[in-house]
Design a protein around this ligand. Structure first.
Ligand code: AMP
Length: 288
C-alpha cells in the first residue's frame, strides 16, 4: 500500500503506471473510491468492487470542509486515519491511498464553485444543507482532475449524491464512468455510516426505526396512497422522542422530485433524514 499526501507525488506515480502500461500496449484502468474516512464495511465494499474491475485502485480519505454547512458537524466528524489505513491494508496491500491536507486540495481558497445540476440540487439534502452539493461538486472535480480515473465508485446510501455526480460528469464531459453500489447495513438494518460512531448504544438501537419505516413503506407501496404512507411514517417518528424526523419523502428516482401521486412507468424511492441528538443520519430505499 502506498500513501500519498500530495497531488504531485500521486499524479507522478499514476502517470508512470499509465505510461508503462501504454508501452506494453495495455489500457490501464484506474478505479477511484472517494471517502471521508472513518471507514466501515460499506466503504470497503466499494473498494472491493473497484479492485475487481480495475488494474489499480485509488482511495482518497479527505474530510471536505466545503461540503459541510454546519461547522459543529465538520468539527465532530469522526477522524480515524490509523484505523482506516490498517483496514485498507487488511483487504490488500495493493492500493494507493490519497490522504491530503486541506491546502493540497484548495490552496488558500477554501471555497466552492457554484454548479447547476439541473434541479437535482434543490431537492431533499439540497433544501436542508445549503451549499452541500456545490462543495461535493467542487472537491470531486478536483479529485477527477488529479486521479483521472476510468471508473469512480459511489454508494447508493447517498443516492442524491450519486445522481448529482452522474450529472456533474455528464454536464462537464468528465471522462469517467460512475458506478453506483448497494447500501451495506448493520444487523438491525441501520445503514452503515461513519456518523454511527457518534451514537450511544441506545441511539444505535433506536436508529433502526429509519430502516423499519423504509421497509414498511416498501411493503405498503402498492396498496397505499403516497399521502397515507407519508402519514404512517410521520406517526412512527412521533411515537419515538429520541429520534427527530427532518424529512421523509417519496421521490421520483430520476428527477428526485417529491411524488404526490404514483404515475405509471416511474421508479420511486423513499428517503429519510433524521436526528438522534446532534447526529444526523440519512437513508433511502427503492420502492418499485
Ligand atoms: P463518505 O465517507 O461518507 O463520504 O462515503 C464515501 C462513499 O461510501 C460514498 O460514496 C458513500 O455513499 C459510500 N457509503 C457510505 N456508507 C455506505 C454504506 N453503508 N453502504 C454502501 N456505501 C456506503
Amino acid at each position: 500500500m502506498v500513501i500519498h499526501t500530495t497531488k504531485e507525488t500521486l499524479t507522478q506515480a499514476l502517470s508512470l503506471k499509465r505510461n508503462n502500461a501504454r508501452k506494453a500496449g495495455k489500457n490501464y484502468k484506474i478505479g477511484f473510491v472517494p471517502t471521508m474516512g472513518a471507514l466501515h464495511e460499506g466503504h470497503l465494499s466499494l473498494v472491493l468492487k473497484a479492485l475487481e474491475e480495475n488494474d489499480v485502485v485509488v482511495v482518497s480519505i479527505f474530510v471536505n470542509p466545503t461540503q459541510f454547512n454546519n461547522s459543529n458537524d465538520l468539527e465532530k466528524y469522526p477522524r480515524t486515519p490509523e484505523k482506516d489505513l490498517s483496514l485498507l491494508e487488511g483487504i490488500t496491500k495493493d492500493l494507493i491511498i490519497y490522504l491530503p491536507q486541506v491546502f493540497d486540495i484548495y490552496g488558500d481558497d477554501v471555497a466552492s464553485k457554484q454548479y447547476d445540476f439541473e434541479g437535482l440540487e434543490f431537492e431533499m439534502e439540497g433544501k436542508h444543507r445549503k451549499g452541500h452539493f456545490d462543495g461535493v461538486g467542487t472537491v470531486l472535480t478536483k479529485f477527477f482532475q488529479i486521479v483521472e480515473p476510468t471508473k469512480a465508485y459511489f454508494g447508493e446510501k447517498d443516492f442524491q449524491q450519486l445522481q448529482i455526480v452522474k450529472k456533474l460528469v455528464a454536464v462537464n464531459k468528465i471522462p469517467v464512468e460512475i458506478v453506483g453500489c448497494p447500501i451495506l447495513r448493520e444487523e438491525n438494518g441501520l445503514a452503515m455510516s461513519s456518523r454511527n460512531a457518534r451514537l450511544t448504544k441506545q441511539q444505535f438501537e433506536e436508529a433502526s426505526l429509519i430502516y423499519k419505516s423504509l421497509t414498511e413503506v416498501r411493503e405498503k407501496f402498492d396498496s397505499h396512497s403516497i399521502a397515507d404512507l407519508n402519514k404512517i411514517v410521520a406517526e412512527r417518528f412521533l411515537q419515538n422522542e429520541d429520534i427527530q424526523l427532518e424529512y421523509f419523502e417519496i421521490a421520483n428516482e430520476d428527477t428526485l422530485k417529491t411524488a404526490l401521486e404514483k404515475a405509471n412507468a416511474t421508479k420511486y424511492r423513499a428517503f429519510i433524514a433524521a436526528f438522534l441528538g446532534e447526529v444526523r443520519l440519512i437513508d433511502n430505499m427503492p420502492l418499485n
